[in-house]
Design a protein around this ligand. Structure first.
Ligand code: PLP
Length: 412
């Protein structure tokens, strides 16, 4: 008898038989409101008809046309479409299959382009599970322990996590930037620093948004010292936060942008964007992969970007995010043990704490289980798994938000 590895045990007992919009259905036809969206992947909802049609058509035309060998139409179209939404200057694209691979591509490019060894990472950041990406991940020892030695050259610097320290946002930001300056003076000199990588909202680390002052501070230091700013928008990109990119909240443009998850509505596709001048500094042969920019994934991504634009999903994420947040705050106000509600757009979270304010993963897990009984699927995050997060598809409407809130209130 074969079985899945214990590491792949599901967070819920649900066996998904099919998906439609914001719902999943199990083998017995029971309907679940899916506030996980495949960990923020099925941005246009499960099986959006336009994404399905684009993928089906592509499967019958060309499944794989290896992109270092031949160009194909879906890739050409995707490059043009991304050109409409990427910040000015990030006009050169490279594609991979997962967030971790794209993060590693960004790291390789930064090291090769600058000739410097170190990468600064923000404490609490998550960048993936491949060895280099895990080395840059500091959102929980569970992602790092047991397979050392990790990659060298990673230096950790604070992220403004105001709630954790009971600080206001300004104090947390001042602390984080001063520590960064200290780090550049004491551990990783600018001459040794290739880049700093950061998420606009800490994802696995507990759904903590950055802020304008912090991001401007990073941009200023990167420019002053000649290292690169890499924004990991794997989870925050393609409308998730109520802006097309997470960094649109802060008015700060990266040197390298990393995207994945919501880009192709569930097909494996990720990539990085940078200026052509920067991208050409990658050494020949150092970037690439057999399956990158798979034709079906690219066709699905083109359809996804059309749906996001035509159905105004970025605006919807903003509006529905506000509605959901309002409801979560109302529940928090009347519930002892909820310490914080935070996030941006449709990337929202509730942190559970004990009476003395310590992280309370047991309650978070109990609420997650109780929610399944209410027909609501949720995920945990945070260093202790003490945070329950909500990342529904961007197509969610008011009725589904309110249904989710009803189920949440009962579960809590
Ligand atoms: N970066 C961020 C911000 C993520 O949230 C994730 C996954 O959750 C990754 C990178 C890694 O992506 P993947 O699991 O596709 O390798």
């Amino acid at each position: 008898m074969t079985a899945l590895s214990p590491h792949l045990r599901q967070a819920t007992p649900v066996v998904a038989a099919r998906g439609e919009g914001v719902h999943l259905f199990d083998q017995d036809g029971r309907r679940y409101l899916d506030f996980t969206a495949g960990i923020g992947v099925t941005s246009t909802g499960h099986c959006h008809p336009k994404v399905v049609a684009a993928a089906q058509e592509q499967v019958g035309t060309l499944i794989h046309g290896q992109y270092t060998t031949v160009m194909h139409q879906p890739l050409r179209r995707l490059v043009d479409k991304l050109g409409e939404v990427l910040p000015a200057g990030l006009d050169s694209l490279f594609f991979t299959n997962s967030g971790s691979e794209a993060v590693e591509s960004a790291l390789r490019l930064a090291r090769q382009a600058t000739g410097r060894p170190n990468v600064l990472v923000c404490h609490g950041g998550f960048h993936g599970r491949t060895v280099a990406a895990a080395s840059m991940t500091t959102s929980g020892t569970r992602f790092r322990s047991g397979f050392s030695p990790l990659m060298s050259g990673v230096v950790v610097t604070p992220f403004p996590t105001a709630y954790r320290y009971g600080w206001d946002e300004e104090t947390a930001t001042r602390f984080a930037l001063k520590e960064l300056d200290y780090t550049l003076q004491t551990i990783s000199s600018p001459a040794d620093t290739a880049a700093i990588i950061v998420e606009p909202v800490l994802g696995e680390g507990g759904y903590v948004p950055a802020n304008r002052g912090f991001m401007e501070g990073l941009r200023e230091r990167a420019d002053r010292h000649g290292f690169l700013l890499i924004l990991d928008e794997v989870q925050t990109g393609v409308g998730r936060t109520g802006r097309f990119w997470g960094h649109d909240h802060f008015g700060v443009t990266p040197d390298i942008l990393v995207t994945a998850k919501g880009l192709a509505s569930g097909f494996p596709l990720s990539g990085i964007a940078a200026s052509e001048e920067l991208m050409t500094k990658a050494w020949p042969g150092s970037q690439g992969g057999t399956y990158g920019a798979n034709a079906v994934a690219c066709a699905a991504a083109c359809a996804t970007l059309d749906v996001v634009r035509d159905e105004k999903l970025v605006e919807n994420a903003d509006a529905m995010g506000k509605r959901l947040r309002h409801g979560l705050e109302a529940v928090a106000d009347r519930t002892p043990g909820i310490g914080d509600v935070r996030g941006l757009g449709l990337m929202l979270a509730t942190e559970f704490v004990t009476e003395d304010g310590s992280p309370d993963p047991e309650t978070a897990a109990r609420v997650q289980r109780a929610a399944v009984d209410e027909g609501l699927l949720l995920l945990l995050c945070g260093a202790w798994n003490q945070v329950v997060r909500m990342i529904p598809a961007l197509v969610i409407d008011e009725t589904a938000v309110d249904e989710g809130l009803q189920a949440w209130a009962t579960a809590v």
